[in-house]
Structures are given as C-alpha cells and as structure tokens.
Design a protein around this ligand. Structure first.
Ligand SMILES: Nc1ncnc2c1ncn2[C@@H]1O[C@H](COP(=O)(O)OP(=O)(O)OP(=O)(O)O)[C@@H](O)[C@H]1O
Length: 594
C-alpha cells in the first residue's frame, strides 16, 4: 500500500513539476467538464418545466444556466485539451530525462547485461509514455467519480428507486474493468511474440541487416517468421477481444434493462402525476450520462492502474540505482599519479545471478607506466577483467589494488574520472565530429589543440580532414547535412576519444582496432605504447586487449588468460623462451602472415 502511494505521488509529481499550472488547470477543467452532463440535464428539466408552466422568469434562469453550461463545455474542452497535451508532452520529457539519468548514471553494467534487469528496463523504456499519464488518468478518474455522484444525487431526487441505475452502473464498471483486464492480460501474455514481431519487422526493413538479408536470401524467412509471430499475437488478442466482447454484451443488456426500467419508472410516475415532464427529460438525459460516466470511470481507472504499474517499475529502478552504488563508507582518494601500479590480488569473479566463475585466482602486478597486453582465446575472460579494472563490477574474492589501496574503497565515479577507454563495441555518437571525440572530456570540446592531438595519436587526422566542415561536421546521415563514416572511421574516432584525457591512471584499449587491418593496428599500438612510455610521469597503466600477436609483442608485460586463469605472464622474449601457449600461438599467427 505504501509503495502504491509512493508510486502515485512520484508520477503525479512529475506532472506537477513539469507543468504545474497546466496540471492544476487540467484537473479543475476536467472536474468542471464532468459536471457539465448532470448540469445540462438539470437545466433542461428546469427549462421544460418553465415552458409548461409558462414561467418566464424560471425559463430565463434555466436558459442562462444551460447556455453558461454549454459555454463552459466549449471553452473548457478547448483549454482542457491544451492542458492535457502540454502536461503529457512536458511530463514525458521530464520522465525521459529521469530514466536517462537513472539508466545511464548507474555505476555498474549489470542492468545492461542481466536478463532479469533487462526485462524491467525494456518494459520501462517501451511503456515510458505511461509515466506521463498520471495527471491525465487521475483528473479523468476524479471527474468521472464526481459526475457519478452528482448524477446519482439528481436521480435520487426524482425517485430513490432510480438509484438502481447507479447500482447497475457499479456492476457495469465491474464487468467493464474485467473485460479490460482480459485485454490487458492478453497484451502482457503476448508481449514476447509482439517484441519478436517488431524485431523481425526492424530486421526486414532497416539497413543494419540489409546486406545479409540479400546475400543469404533471408527476406522470405523473416517474413514467414513475422507471420508466425503475428498470428500468435493476433489470435491470442482476438480471442481475448471476443471474451471481453461477450462480457461487454452482457453488460450492455444489463444496462439496457436498467435504462428501460428507469424510463418506465419515470413515465409511470409522470402518468400518476408524481413527476413532471421535466423529470422525464432529466431522467432520460441522466440515464445516458450514467453510461458515459461508466465508460469514463472504467477507461480512466484502467489508465490509472496501468500507470501505477509503470510507476512501481520506476521506483524499482530508483531503488536499484541506489543499491548499485558501491558502498564506500570510508572512501579513499584516487592517487594523483601512480607510483607503484595496479595489483590484481587473487581476483575471483562470477557474473551476478550465475554460478560459473569467469575469473579464478588472478594475480598480477601491472607496473606504473607500463604497457600491458591481455591475450587469450574467445571467452577466456579478458573483457571481464577489463570490466573489473574499470570498476563496472567488483571482484567476489581478492582485491584490485591501486598503488596499494583497495579499489573497492574508491568511489566508482572518482575512479572513472581517471580512466580512459576504447572498446570494440564503441558508441557511435552522432554529434559534431568535435563532440564525438571531445565527449571524453566535455571541457575540451572547444579545444582544437587537444582534439587534434588525440586525432593525431589515433591516426585519425585524415578522417576529420576529409569531412566537409572538419571538426564542425555533423556525423550521421539521419541528420541534415550529416555525413556517414565507414566502420573503421567511426572506430578511429572512438580511439581518438580514448586519447583525449590528459591524466588518466588507466587507459584500456579492448580490441578497439578490430575493424582495422593488422598493420594499421600494429602501427597504432606502437604509437600508443610510445605515448604511454613518454607519459610515464603520470604512471599511467596502458592495457591492450588484442588477438593479434604481432601487436601484442611490443608490450612491457603480456598476460595470457585461459579459462579465467593466468596461464602465463612475462614479456615477449620470456614467453617465447618458455615455449608454452603464447609461443605456440605466436608462431601459428606468424606463419599465417608469412
Ligand atoms: N554479462 C555476462 N553475464 C554472464 N556471463 C558473461 C557475461 N559477459 C560475459 N560472460 C561470460 O564470461 C566469459 C568470458 O567472457 P569475456 O567477454 O570476458 O571473454 P573474452 O576473453 O573477452 O572473449 P573475446 O575474446 O571473445 O572478447 C564468457 O564465457 C561469457 O559467456
């Protein structure tokens, strides 16, 4: 219950924070509009009674009330619609920013990698519009309730038995909400094939898979699978629609019975002289109004509950984001420069929610100012070790020591400020070229000297020189005057980004050059190593992950990982002398290139 209350307050708070006046006005106009129906019915009754009684004064009053009610309806509807759109648009933007802050701001990576979190986040992203709906749903729901109560009071004034219309409306709300539940349930049950259907549609219509679709002649197969998924979704949803329609049919019969009963009652009263013609008009209009009130209550009630569900998911994300912050009750500062280096001390790790150890008893000293290469077969654990060094995850056992201090006691954000990276799955930021590179240190986005320095070190000067407006060129063809780059060119800009920061303590290149040819990679890594060695005053540790042994050989230290354990460690000459796995793989690759 407390959670539900918090979920409600949080999401209605979004609306009031994003557009306070519009949200308040929306609720006021919505309630006023809810009263329009009963008011019109009542003033019509007064008008008819006045006409029959030839009472000009009452007719004038009734006519004025009726006209004023119609004016409120017309003006209110216009402003109400304006408020609804403004509140939803602004709230959506605010909720989007909150989601971006939460999802992008979590220190670790588990929420991007663990299926149980991914599912929650997928749903939050897919149904994010609902987060902006609370003001609208609440306003509509309150207005429907106010209209229900007013209509019931007016009916009771004609004859208490007419309250049975309100009773039937209650039953009708129940049946309609059940029908709604059936539809929502079917939608949720089919959310996976629906996702698959969308995914297949994207695969079949976007450029990403275009080449492979053609070469492998996959279009027919993708269309067939789309058909199967669509059939599954539509047959389940159609079946639910039929079940809901049957309930709605019963509901309609009950309502029609109540409607006929109410009219019959008021006509009988009128014939017996216990009700006037105005009462007959009033009851007919109120009976129609009751039907609309039921539809409004059920519709807005459904929206309200659905929004609450998303709101609870949002609270879960907030809670998760808080819990994902590494606890550092006694935080240590990040050293200004590395004197000793980074030590892996008996590091053991398995991904949360899994049992298989990915790293086991990994111990190594990465000396300050050194270039360290990490090699090993696919799945050996190289990227996992990088993730631990970047503090995206913390070891289950053992420690990572930065100049002797446990990284577990250093706040992650502070460590991130002194780390620089380039990954194989780098981001393609479709910004101006200077921003694409400069985001590594936003203060330097306008500093051409720094950016050009990074571009030179990454051998990416020619990429930017070929752009029509150089560093000020918009990247990405989806933008006006945007320019597209090849995979290798994007990669070079990602590499440049990894070289913008001037004082990192750890620089990680995790196969960032896989799209480049071996010679270019070799030349680049030589350059990085040179830069790393010349920058030794900072004690920066440069870590290279590569499958190319010709590149790896120039590292000061080479760590060979196998099944999450260190198989060998040493420099190229030492490992060649040992004649173990490294020497074997090196020979194999050299022969292939000869
Ligand atoms: N988020 C994750 N959750 C669970 N297991 C994971 C996750 N990421 C990686 N793994 C598993 O951890 C093992 C090591 O993966 P890792 O990416 O560290 O290997 P790698 O040496 O970098 O491989 P490659 O050379 O192919 O990049 C693999 O078996 C992989 O399936």
């Amino acid at each position: 219950m407390r959670d539900t209350y918090r979920a409600f307050v949080t999401t209605i708070g979004f609306g009031f924070r994003a557009a306070p006046w519009h949200a308040a006005f929306q609720i006021v106009t919505e309630v006023a509009l809810g009263l329009v129906g009963p008011f019109m019915a009542y003033s019509s009754k007064l008008l008819v009674d006045a006409a029959i009684a030839k009472d000009l004064d009452q007719a004038l009053v009734a006519g004025t009330v009726l006209s004023a009610t119609i004016a409120v309806l017309l003006v209110g509807m216009y402003y109400n619609a304006h408020c609804i759109f403004t509140v939803i648009e602004r709230t959506q933007a605010l909720a989007d920013r909150k989601l971006m802050n939460l999802i992008g701001g979590i220190d670790g990576l588990a929420h991007h990698e663990r299926p149980e979190y991914l599912d929650q986040i997928y749903r939050l992203r897919e149904e994010r519009e609902s987060l902006a709906e609370m003001t609208n749903a609440s306003a509509g729901f309150v207005a429907a309730i106010v209209a229900f109560v007013t209509t019931s009071i007016l009916l009771a004034q004609v004859h208490p038995a007419l309250l049975s219309l309100a009773l039937v409306a209650g039953v009708s709300m129940f049946i309609s909400s059940k029908a709604n539940d059936i539809r929502v349930e079917a939608q949720e049950d089919t959310s996976e094939p629906e996702r698959l259907r969308r995914h297949l549609y994207d695969v079949g219509t976007t450029a990403g898979a275009g080449k492979e679709l053609r070469v492998f002649g996959l279009t027919d197969e993708i269309v067939r699978r789309h058909h199967v998924a669509a059939d599954e979704v539509l047959s389940a949803r159609n079946e639910a629609d039929w079940r809901a329609a049957r309930l709605k049919g019963i509901d309609a019969l009950v309502n029609a019975g109540a409607f006929i009963g109410a009219i019959a009652l008021v006509l009988t009263l009128a014939l017996n002289g216990r009700a006037g013609v105005g009462d007959v008009v009033l009851v007919v209009q109120l009976a129609v109004e009751m039907g609309m009130v039921v539809a409004g209550t059920v519709g807005y009630g459904g929206d309200f509950l659905w929004t609450l569900k998303q709101a609870r998911r949002f609270l879960w994300l907030e809670q998760y984001a808080r819990s994902a912050v590494k606890p550092t009750p006694d935080p240590l500062p990040v050293p200004e420069r590395l004197r000793h280096g980074i030590d892996l001390d008996d590091v053991t790790f398995h991904y949360p929610g899994t049992d298989r150890p990915i790293l086991a008893n990994v111990s190594a000293h990465l000396p300050a100012g050194s270039v360290v290469a990490l090699v090993g077969e696919n799945g050996a654990g190289k990227t996992t070790l990088v993730k631990l060094l970047c503090d995206f995850y913390q070891p289950d056992g053992g420690q990572i020591l930065v100049d002797g201090d446990d990284l577990a006691r250093v706040p992650t954000r502070r460590w991130h400020q002194r780390v620089s990276t380039a990954f194989q799955d780098f981001a393609q930021f479709e910004f101006l070229a200077r921003e694409t590179v400069g985001v590594a240190d936003t203060a330097k986005v306008g500093d051409d000297a720094v950016l050009n320095g990074a571009l030179t070190r990454a051998d990416a000067t020619t990429v930017v020189e070929a752009l029509p407006q150089g560093l000020d060129t918009q990247l990405g063809t989806t933008w006006s005057e945007g320019v597209d780059l090849s995979g290798g060119q994007w990669q070079k800009l990602a590499l440049s980004r990894g070289l913008v920061r001037e004082d990192p303590l750890l620089v990680v290149f995790d196969e960032p050059t896989a799209a480049l040819d071996p010679q270019t990679e070799h030349a680049l890594f030589e350059r990085f190593a040179e830069a790393a060695r010349s920058g030794r005053q900072n004690g920066t540790v440069t870590l290279l992950v590569s499958h190319r042994f010709s590149t790896v050989r120039m590292a000061d230290l080479i760590i060979v990982l196998e099944d999450g354990r260190i198989r060998e460690i040493g420099d190229h000459d030492q490992l060649m002398t040992r004649g173990d796995l490294y020497a074997e793989l090196y020979e194999l690759q050299s022969r292939a290139y000869r």
